[in-house]
Design a protein around this ligand. Structure first.
Ligand code: DC
Length: 224
């Protein structure tokens, strides 16, 4: 049986990561979170005192970083220059930084080859913003995961509360909308559904229903 590459794209907090992880577990695939790679570049820039809109310096930084993405069970760890950054990149500040550095073509270029190598193995669920359009244009299954801004904001707000990082719902909504706009309006590899992607609107779905929907599509494509 041929193992698929599955591309999941969509705006922030639409549920991509949770769905991707659940689908990967169900199918025995590995999950690759490409957003984490951009977050790692943003974090390293912050530490180096490089502004998130200093394109030339970011290009130089991204080209100099040595990335490793080992799997820890089915979870991808992000190691840069030997340091495990998997947890340190999970803040909203770094999320916005990732969105800014991801506009820089040389930063995207530095990560593209690594992403394609991971995808070429098959048996992979990869999520991001340009997986179906640019990274894996031949993926066997492409899903564009979407949900209303209000529902995405609430999900993000509840996640922050759970993590002990309280914020107001209004500020979460404003930040999410700004990041989506930035990701959709950039000139290189903007966030959009691939022409052959299936849109999954998770506004009124439970996580379980969304995972089942993608697994069903994957099984149909795989012929199992
Ligand atoms: O999925 P995430 O929130 O971790 O992604 C952080 C940012 O990284 C996102 O706002 C835009 C950028 N990104 C990208 O440009 N392309 C990807 N394939 C994944 C993420």
């Amino acid at each position: 049986m041929k193992e698929l590459a599955i591309a999941l794209d969509g705006p922030g907090s639409a549920g991509k990561g949770t769905i991707a992880r659940g689908v990967a577990r169900t199918l025995g695939y590995q999950y690759v979170d490409t957003g984490a790679m951009y977050r790692a570049v943003a974090l390293r820039a912050l530490r180096a005192g490089i502004s998130w809109d200093a394109h030339a310096e970011l290009a130089e930084l991204a080209a100099s970083l040595v990335f490793e993405f080992p799997f820890d069970g089915d979870v991808l760890r992000v190691i840069v220059d030997g340091e495990d950054l998997t947890s340190a990149i999970r803040s909203d500040e770094i999320g916005m930084g990732a969105s800014m550095v991801s506009k820089v073509p040389a930063v995207r270029q530095a990560l593209l080859g690594l992403q394609r190598d991971l995808g070429a193995r098959g048996g992979i669920v990869m999520d991001g913003r340009d997986i179906g359009t640019v990274v894996l244009p031949d993926a066997a299954l492409k899903v564009y995961v979407d949900a209303d801004l209000e529902v995405r904001s609430l999900r993000r707000y509840e996640e922050l509360l759970r993590r002990g990082q309280p914020a107001s719902l209004a500020s979460v909504r404003t930040a999410l909308a700004a990041r989506d706009r930035q990701d959709m309006e950039r000139s290189v590899a903007p966030l959009k559904a691939a022409a052959d992607a299936i849109t999954l609107d998770t506004t009124e779905m439970t996580v379980r229903q969304a995972i089942e929907a993608v697994v069903k599509l994957a099984r149909a494509r795989r012929g199992a």
